[in-house]
Design a protein around this ligand. Structure first.
Ligand SMILES: [Zn+2]
Length: 385
């Protein structure tokens, strides 16, 4: 027999009584669970991109609800006897939250469809994300317009109906549907805004959605993926964002509206400091290079914090005075070294090849100059050179 879907008839019922049809013990990971089939249920199973209701059946926790081969299974922490009468209670906070998100999705997509002909090609509602996929690429401005109009529909507090029209009536109705539906079609109508085929529970009037906020959007498979939050989830998100802002302006010691400018100032300052440090290091390197006596042929300098340009300038200065191999390694034994080597008499590309071969270095160059990086210690590098 088929489980009677009570959630279909009354989306606001929280408790129900039912008879146990079957109960099978299973192991899930290291846990024992029970797959329970009832003759009736208020638990909405996972379907159409929406995660399932949770709650209790007597003392058992209902962790998940799935449809498998047309049968609704409640995954419970305790088992029951077949034929036993039980009382179920859905987690109402969780359910109402889902209904707010889900109805919000209908409103947003309905308006996007009316305004831009966008079709909904995907929907995902979990405990932390709500996304809807449209087959049309929308601009930021268009998305904000749909968002604003959705909130006007919410403020108007119009009715949300669910019904099964007769097939002859259904033919005359223009409704949205993600796929061809077998059997009776359940329509969800938002007065004056949208008619869509859907099997999930929804709120009674749009006012119960409270608020719809687009938190982000991105291009997705030639269309647009929109991340929305509705009602209490939107409120929670707003609270979290205010907290982030507060922490930011307190740390930056500025007013809220000054945060972007303040961050830009810090980044600019940081860039300038990096430049100053680089200049100072380059100057110190040149002073060091000048101190080497000219009759020494090979010079290898180990240092840290030099950028590629400073290293090349240093090697060029060395090559002018020293006829052998001139090398600068910048880094440390833990993180490895960047290197530039140059010579007027020796083949640098061959030396770089040696470093690649013996120390798995990366990089290369010409006969006169080569550069790269190597994950090795100073001792290992000196041995190879
Ligand atoms: Zn729906």
């Amino acid at each position: 027999m088929k489980t009677e879907t009570l959630y279909d008839k009354d989306a606001f019922a929280k408790n129900f009584e039912a008879r146990v049809i079957s109960c099978d013990e299973i192991t899930s990971g290291d846990k024992k669970l029970f797959k329970v089939v009832l003759d009736a249920t208020l638990f909405f199973p996972e379907q159409g991109g929406q995660s399932s209701d949770v709650g209790n059946i007597d003392a058992a926790e209902v962790l998940d609800v799935q449809i498998e081969n047309d049968v609704i299974y409640h995954y419970c922490t305790n088992g029951f006897l077949s034929g036993e009468m039980v009382t179920g209670e859905i987690d109402w906070t969780h359910r109402f939250n889902n209904m707010q998100q889900h109805t919000g999705e209908h409103i947003f997509t309905g308006i996007a469809h009316n305004m831009y002909g966008a079709e909904n090609v995907g929907f995902h509602l979990s405990d932390n994300t709500v996304t809807l996929d449209l087959d049309t690429e929308l601009t930021e401005e268009q998305i904000r317009e749909v968002e604003y109009k959705a909130n006007l529909v919410i403020a108007k507090d119009v009715k949300v109906y669910a019904y099964y029209p007769q097939p002859s009536v259904l033919e005359t109705i223009d409704y949205r549907s993600k796929k061809e539906i077998e059997g009776d079609v359940r329509l969800v109508e938002i007065e004056g805004t949208d008619i869509c085929a859907c099997c999930a529970p929804h709120v009674r009037t749009t006012g119960q959605v409270g608020l719809l906020k687009v938190v982000s959007f991105e291009k997705y498979k030639g269309g647009t993926r929109v991340f929305i939050l509705c009602g209490l989830r939107a409120l929670e998100d707003y609270g979290r964002k205010i907290e982030l802002l507060q922490q930011s302006y307190q740390t930056l010691n500025c007013k809220e509206e000054e945060i972007p400018e303040k961050i830009k100032g810090l980044l600019d300052n940081n860039k300038q400091l990096k430049y100053d440090i680089s200049e100072t290091k380059a100057k110190a390197l040149m002073e060091q290079i000048e101190k080497y006596p000219g009759d020494v042929a090979d010079i290898t300098i180990f240092t840290e914090g030099l950028d590629a340009k400073n290293m090349r300038d240093g090697v060029n200065a060395l090559v002018e005075k020293h006829s052998g191999l001139c090398a600068i390694f910048s880094g440390d034994d833990e993180e490895g070294y960047n290197f530039v080597i140059g010579s007027s008499t020796r083949d640098c590309s061959a030396i770089a090849a040696g470093l690649r071969e013996m120390l798995k270095a990366k990089g290369g160059g010409s006969k006169q100059m080569a550069q790269g990086n190597v994950m090795a210690t100073k001792c290992e590098i000196e041995r190879v050179l």
